[in-house]
Design a protein around this ligand. Structure first.
Ligand code: SAM
Length: 265
């Protein structure tokens, strides 16, 4: 299944990782939790030493770059994405890692592997984009061995709520600034368990404890620009003034983060 969002996501938002990088910078530089998110996720992966692993919607391959020094030698890893630009970046970014990877262009709604191919499947911050998510989740279960595990990261309802409040102050509607992202609330830490339970018997939820303490306005402005919104000069000025006012008053503009991983098996 495709949707009007699919073209936008594949050919604009994720044609390469530049927009994703603008958002990652906000997290990387102002997070309260000093323990890296990708390392925290990797700690959860409980897979055999000779595991066959598939990552769908792997983006630029950051998970593997951040854990390059501890990838088990015996893992047979396939990285994938439905964007050819992201696949090119995965190849480039993982070329320095002393482990070999396979790469494949895959839409999670139709995974081109036989049943029971993998011990572990990873789907981080991507299922909320998928038009026929129920089919995507069935596909993930189908390619997992009966003993296999799905690791899927997503956000909670409160994630970045201060950003959304700021956009409301600026009178910019969610539909206009989120564009292809309006579906993010369809798969959250609150509602993903029920969706996964359609095909998995057990689902465990692990939350990552974090928040953003922003001490300058620009990273949040760059974050907003990574969405399809046309933030005109006047709105940008208003946003900056508000954020800087909060920083002056409180020492930092505090932004709620709510993100985590569901393990399904
Ligand atoms: C927010 S990014 C997350 C990237 C990566 N998993 C990470 O955590 O850094 C979402 C990724 O999912 C990919 N994607 C979106 N819809 C997809 C689909 N239907 N099938 C496969 N990949 C998809 C996008 O191209 C993008 O690379």
């Amino acid at each position: 299944m495709t949707s009007p969002n699919t073209d936008y996501l594949k050919n604009q938002q994720y044609s390469d990782s530049s927009r994703l990088q603008a958002r990652a910078r906000l997290h990387a530089n102002y997070n309260r939790n000093p323990y890296n998110w990708f390392k925290w996720m990797f700690d959860l992966y409980d897979l055999p030493p000779d595991a066959k692993v598939l990552e769908v919607g792997a983006g630029a391959g950051w998970l593997w770059m951040q854990n390059a020094d501890r990838i088990p030698n015996g893992w047979d890893i396939t990285l994938s994405d439905f964007s050819s630009g992201m696949l090119a970046e995965q190849r480039q970014n993982t070329s320095q890692i002393p482990h070999s990877f396979q790469f494949q262009e895959i839409d999670v709604q139709a995974i081109p592997y036989p049943e029971q191919s993998f011990d572990g499947v990873i789907a981080n911050h991507m299922l909320y984009h998928v038009p026929d998510r129920a089919k995507g989740i069935r596909e993930l279960r189908r390619v997992l061995k009966p003993s296999g595990k799905l690791y899927t990261a997503t956000n909670g309802d409160q994630h970045l709520q201060e950003l959304h409040q700021l956009m409301t102050r600026l009178k910019i509607k969610k539909e206009s600034y989120l564009g292809g992202f309006t579906t993010v609330h369809a798969y959250t830490l609150e509602n993903a368990t029920n969706q996964l339970k359609a095909v998995f018997e057990h689902v465990e939820l692990h939350r990552y404890d974090d928040a953003i303490n922003l001490t300058e306005a620009q990273p949040l402005i760059d974050y907003i620009h990574s969405f399809p919104v046309e933030l005109d000069a006047e709105h940008e000025q208003d946003a900056k003034a508000f954020i800087e006012g909060e920083i002056q008053k409180h020492g930092a503009f505090k932004i709620t983060k709510d993100t985590g991983v569901l393990i399904a098996y």
